[in-house]
Ligand binder design. Structure first.
Ligand code: C2O
Ligand code: CU
Ligand code: CU
Length: 553
């Protein structure tokens, strides 16, 4: 579909300014910079460390990326790569409809580009490695956020340096608020808590030493110590009320299977692309690198003074050599219930999601993901910065199939769109496959089908494995979204009606919506008539702003 509309709003392309400027190389290695605040006070002392919360950020502030040292592990300084002095970086918190404005300042000794994972950013602002800037340079970001409320994140996407830069700290939350969600009454404020899980490979110097060997290139660089928001042995003091946790797997490679130590059930309410249509009760959920899950947890049946631990059950099929192995159970963080409280009732319905329909797909693509030794391929090839591997057309529904012919997990991530998982061939869909996804875990020897429509920005974007060792070593492709122009959808607003027409050879259904940032498009029932080689119809204007699109078949 070519989105055409009356107001200059919505899907207009924002070609960002890229004002490069030299920043004097103020490298601050060795000096101590601020830790995220320790935001929640506990009444009692507990073993371990109180959960850190990332600092906040104001739209328009710089994002200054620089080396530094932080007391990640009590009593020890650790060399890190920090954003505005923090690991994880500050949480970018904006509302649907806002224009995201920031200057990214690279004070590293290496090139850098930041990617806004889950955001539908214009081509040259998405964080493609061809847009990385050299040490000492900076660049500006400015684009409008036109998508559903969701828990996204941002991280380094530097060519061949993504894994190391993320491992050393270059990641943070990017949360999109959505006025449409406010009425749901979900837990808010200090009952709405972001948790990013990463894992550290421990060593006596308390450093984030990144030296992957051959087994690490195979399965990824697995650590042995989970960090939650950069906190080792993290705990959080809570009351008994319902809590919303926005959980991000920011690890380079480790897959978690989230569960609680007492086997309690919790409710999945959101995934990569925002809220599900309804909460799904589960007792565990798999979270692969790059993915987000939002959950509701009710601590009402834990008496004050007791605790419950968030654990990872480990995933099957992969008994890798590192400690703990992927298939072991280990602790992530502990919740101490310190206050009695009534428990709010969770909503029974969330935000409707229109299912994509396989029969509507006009393009099918399959990707063979494989490995030979420690090298991982998409269709037998390794990434090249400028090579375009395929060209989707804007607005056309595509059916993608990832065929994993090897015995290694691959969390496959696409930029520029969210998808819906259609089928795990020979198996059934998992609760964590629900909703809009941008990262889908493909199990060893599994084929997964999904549906995707690139209906935001045209241009060159990436899909890749989010096991960052696999990505850095070439398990990535470029695709170029071609703007759809052939239908030549034209809309003339007369003051009382819309005169709409498009070229006859574009067969498709005209749809409309009053609000571009939802995914609820309504088909227009009226049948067009042929006038001078164009399909045409006239619709009365409603007085409200209306957006039209042609959904191509
Ligand atoms: Cu979160 Cu292209 O990555
Ligand atoms: Cu991404
Ligand atoms: Cu992979």
């Amino acid at each position: 579909m070519k989105p055409n509309h009356q107001q200059s709003n919505g899907l207009q392309l924002h070609q960002g300014r890229r004002n490069f400027l030299k920043i004097s190389a103020g490298i601050t290695a060795g000096c101590s910079i601020g830790l995220p605040s320790w935001a929640i006070d506990c009444t009692n002392t507990h073993p371990g460390n109180e959960l850190r919360l990332p600092p906040s950020w104001n739209n328009g502030d710089d994002l200054i990326v620089a080396p530094g040292a932080l007391e990640i592990f009590p009593g020890n300084q650790t060399s890190v790569l920090a954003i505005n002095g923090a690991v994880p970086g500050p949480t970018i918190h904006l509302t649907r409809g806002d224009t995201f404005n920031a200057r990214v300042v690279n004070n590293l000794n290496n090139p850098l580009v930041l990617h806004w994972h889950g955001l539908l950013a214009p081509e040259r602002q998405d964080g493609h490695p061809r847009d990385q800037v050299a040490a000492g340079e900076s660049y500006d970001i400015s684009y409008k956020i036109n998508q559903r409320g969701s828990t996204c994140w941002y991280h380094s996407h530097t060519n061949h340096l993504t894994a190391e830069q993320v491992y050393m700290g270059l990641a943070g939350f990017f949360i999109i608020d959505d006025p449409e969600h406010d009425a749901l009454g979900l837990p808010a404020g200090d009952h709405d808590i972001p948790l990013v899980i990463s894992d550290w490979r421990s060593n006596a110097n308390f450093e984030f030493t990144y030296t992957p060997g051959n087994p690490d290139l195979m399965r990824g660089y697995l650590g042995d110590t989970p960090l939650i928001n950069g906190t080792p042995e993290a705990y959080l003091c809570v009351d008994q009320n319902l809590h919303r946790f926005r959980i991000l797997n920011g690890s380079t490679a480790r897959i978690y299977k989230l569960a609680f130590s007492d086997g309690r059930s919790f409710q999945l309410i959101g995934s990569d692309g925002g809220l599900l249509s309804a909460p799904v009760p589960v007792t565990n959920a798999v979270l692969a690198p790059g993915q987000r899950l939002e959950i509701l947890v009710d601590f009402g049946n834990i008496s004050v003074g007791n605790s419950v631990t968030l654990i990872s059950l480990g995933v099957p099929l992969d008994a890798g050599p590192s400690n703990p192995a992927q298939n072991n159970t280990f602790h992530l963080m502990t919740f101490y219930v310190e206050q009695a409280s009534s428990v709010a009732t969770p909503p029974t319905a969330l935000i409707p999601i229109t299912p994509l329909v396989a029969a509507d797909a006009v393009v099918s693509r399959s990707f063979v993901i494989s490995n030979s030794g420690t090298t991982h391929y998409i269709d037998g090839q390794l990434f090249e910065l400028e090579r375009v591997d395929f060209e989707p057309t804007q607005g056309k529904l595509e059916l993608w199939e990832y065929q994993n012919t090897g015995n290694v997990y691959h969390p496959m991530h696409m930029h520029a769109a969210h998808c819906q998982v259609l089928e795990r061939v020979g198996g059934s869909l998992l609760p964590e496959d629900a909703g809009w996804k941008d990262t889908v875990l493909i199990y060893p020897n599994e084929t997964v089908r999904l549906l995707v429509r690139f209906d935001h920005h045209p241009g060159k974007f990436l899909h890749h494995c989010h096991n960052l060792e696999h990505e850095d070593n070439g398990m990535m492709q470029n695709f170029e979204i071609l703007p759809f122009a052939n239908a030549d959808l034209q809309i003339n607003f007369t003051g009382t009606s819309y005169e709409i027409s498009w070229l006859v050879d574009a067969s498709g259904a005209l749809e409309s919506t009053p609000d571009l940032s939802t995914d609820s498009w309504q088909p227009i029932a009226q049948t067009p008539i042929l006038v001078n080689g164009r399909q045409t119809l006239t619709l009365p204007a409603t007085g409200n702003q209306t957006f039209f699109r042609l959904a191509l078949r």
